[in-house]
Design a binder for this molecule. Sequence first.
Ligand code: ATP
Length: 218
Amino acid sequence: MSVRPSPLGILGGTFDPVHYGHLRPAVELLEQLHLGEMRLVPGRIPPHRPPPRVGPERRLAVLREAVRDLPGLRVDDRELHRDGPSFTVDTLRALRKEEGERPLCFALGSDAFLGLPKWHRWRELITFAHLVVMERPGHATSPGGEFGQWVATRRALRVTELRERPAGRILFVPVTQLDISATGVRRLLARGESARCLMPEPAWRLVAGRGWYGYPQV
Ligand code: ATP
């Protein structure tokens, strides 16, 4: 009997910059869903939003510092090497090819999830991976209308359903509610205030030491 490998988690984002609102939920999914690994995948040119405040190399460098001491979290920089916009569907298709039948769990916050129908070829996402929705402060999680119907027919009620097949289910997971956003972090830094304790210390030291995001260089 073949044993399916433990699921692979994927968290895409701009990470401009990374903060504990990304990292704590990522750790919780790693543990609650018994993932083999959680990959953080920074995007180069996000198709759905304004361009990031700093370039890909800086966002990547801060992210690498942030996960340095977090077992099970890894950075996957594939989107930064691709030309053109970063389409999640292309990343998931590539991962599916690499990982065979391994369950893939694509995680996204409730804000991002509600905007899913605007994503490039969004209906295909679920053919490559499960969707795992992390409830985020201030954002409703239950969509209505046609999208709500689409979600309801694919909804998983138990974590174990994600291990039973490689893709195709949608699971809602309550995570620790951390009202932290990269927008808020950038705002602080631009005012010359620190982001200490909003991100891991090594990541903060890199940002402060280089004077990125308009923070006065120390
Ligand atoms: P910005 O403020 O620049 O829009 P952000 O803080 O939302 O950025 P992103 O890199 O855009 O960060 O987010 C990547 C993913 O992480 C998205 O799916 C988003 O919903 C999720 N996420 C970000 N912050 C949180 C949080 N505090 N709690 C739960 N999920 C989050």
